[in-house]
Write a protein that binds this ligand. Sequence first.
Ligand code: GLU
Length: 304
Amino acid sequence: MPIHNTTSNPLVKAPAVRFAPSPNGLLHVGHARSAMLNWQFAKARHGTFLLRIEDIDITRARPEFETAIFDDLAWLGLDWPKPVRRQSDHFAAYQANLGELRKLGLLYPAFLSRAETSARISETERTGRVWPRDPDGAPHYPGDDRRLSPSERDRRIAAGEPHAWRLDMQAALDGLDARLSWAEHGSGPSGETGEIIADPGEWGDVILARRDVPASYHLSVTVDDAVQNISDVIRGEDLFAATSVHRLLQHLLGLPAPRYRHHDLVRDQLGRKLSKSDGSTSIASLRQQGASPEDILALARIRT
Ligand code: GLU
């Protein structure tokens, strides 16, 4: 199969990058690393550094965390064009893109609850069969709903049954006339770099609109990177595998593909990636303990 790769002329224009945190907790030193790598990349090339607030999870996003993001980044010495793009203001754009995928016949309503999904998986695993898992270790969604007739789908939606919208991954892959790849200028967790062949199938039928929110991470990040003309996506290597899904969505929606520069993560003494739920590593708490911006950048392994 031929490969749909991404070619770009580096002479054409100055880059645009984005740092895209979710306001569901305080930023930690790992976020400082990502934000600063984006910032330095843009500054060195007379490019644009954008801040994007990824708050589609309206159940967890909180205004005080958004304020803390602005405050921590400004304290680190960064600035960005205002107003920032806040994803919760753009559900209509995500819906429009979902509509495109629906027209292509690649979406289906997924009615199984989390409990029903787990029950289906355990039932199968009890028979000794291995259930497929995605690169993050989550089990693939069972295919049951994919087989519902259009009239049954319509009936259940009209009856108000809660449902997410999922991508029919097999149908999407069957429609490809070439393999997808992306230009990796950083590296993945195992040092992958250069032209990377995307493997979206390993994610199964990803969610594109959640039960409670009319969008999903994969959809909103793909749409926004295109809307904001992002030339280079600089983010942690924990999102390396997700790039396969983003490349597929870009292809299906006719959106341009940025270059990618995944970077290594800041880890704790046990080698675990930092997490927002561990407040001890938050930039805010280190500031309160008297750390300077230079101290944070040193912890974030940023060379100035
Ligand atoms: N909002 C995502 C996060 O906070 C980052 C998304 C991305 O950089 O693609 O992990």
